[in-house]
Design a protein around this ligand. Structure first.
Ligand code: 6PG
Length: 236
């Protein structure tokens, strides 16, 4: 686990964008493709806007990159809550990413079928071999959830890699999420966490008592790197 702490969110975003550029070139030069799992919520918007602007717009071989989403809200693509909608607006559309490069959830299906169909989509991409994404981006909620791995939820007990539909009592909403075993199989994992409201959760996950049912982001392996601004890291 590496902690990278920056004086501002924009500095953290720039450093993570440079890391993504480096990994993309390494993977595309070695195997002709780069698979990235994008995180949702509001924090990564600035990262995606940075990636779809100069210099990253010109410096990354976008046509060889394949985009997945770590979790999705059970809403339509054009709903303000849709992670795909946010990612499409800030990254995929500006970069003219082609449909065959985009692996999105089909939230027109019933929740369990959304999860099963997405897992099948992922398995097909990996030729029904081991699912190993090149990079997974994650955020952190102020209750120490990541993706849609919320405290005390059933998905936290998963032992096999999978995609599951989960009901979130805190928000009375349904989400679909990759589970921790699937995320942990990835080559690289990077958290992007900024802002003072996240400081307690950052401390709980990294330095707190090991209680993954309470602090679900603790389920994410030690190979994860953290890109933080000083306010989110202030309790470390
Ligand atoms: C989501 C994300 C979720 C997010 C955290 C932090 O779908 O919302 O997967 O895990 O990363 O809730 O969200 P913010 O970046 O909006 O604080």
């Amino acid at each position: 686990m590496a902690l990278y702490i920056f004086s501002s969110k924009s500095a953290a975003v720039k450093a993570l964008a440079q890391y993504i550029q480096k990994l993309a070139w390494e993977n595309i030069q070695s195997k002709g493709a780069f698979s990235i799992v994008l995180s949702g919520g509001s924090t990564p918007k600035e990262l995606y806007q940075t990636l779809s602007a100069a210099p990253f717009r010109e410096n990354i071989p976008w046509p060889k990159i394949y985009f997945f989403i770590g979790d999705e809200r059970y809403v339509s693509d054009n709903d303000a809550e849709s992670n795909y909608g946010m990612i499409e607006a800030t990254l995929l559309h500006p970069l003219k990413i082609q449909p065959h490069q985009i692996h999105k959830y089909d939230t027109t299906l019933p929740p369990q079928q959304v999860a099963a169909a997405y897992q099948e989509n992922i398995e097909k991409y990996f030729g029904n071999g081991k699912i190993v994404f090149d990079l997974v981006l994650l955020g952190l909620g102020d209750n120490a959830h990541t993706a849609s791995l919320f405290p005390q939820s059933e998905i936290l007990n998963d032992k096999k890699p999978g995609v599951k539909a989960v009901y979130i009592p805190e928000t009375s909403s349904t989400r679909i999420s990759m589970n921790a075993p699937m995320i942990n199989q990835s080559q690289h994992i990077a958290f992007l966490v900024t802002g003072s409201p996240k400081a307690t959760a950052v401390h709980q996950v990294i330095k707190g008592e090991r209680k993954p049912l309470t602090y679900p982001a603790q389920l994410i392996g030690n190979n994860a790197d953290w890109y933080l601004d000083e306010t989110a890291a202030r309790l470390l």
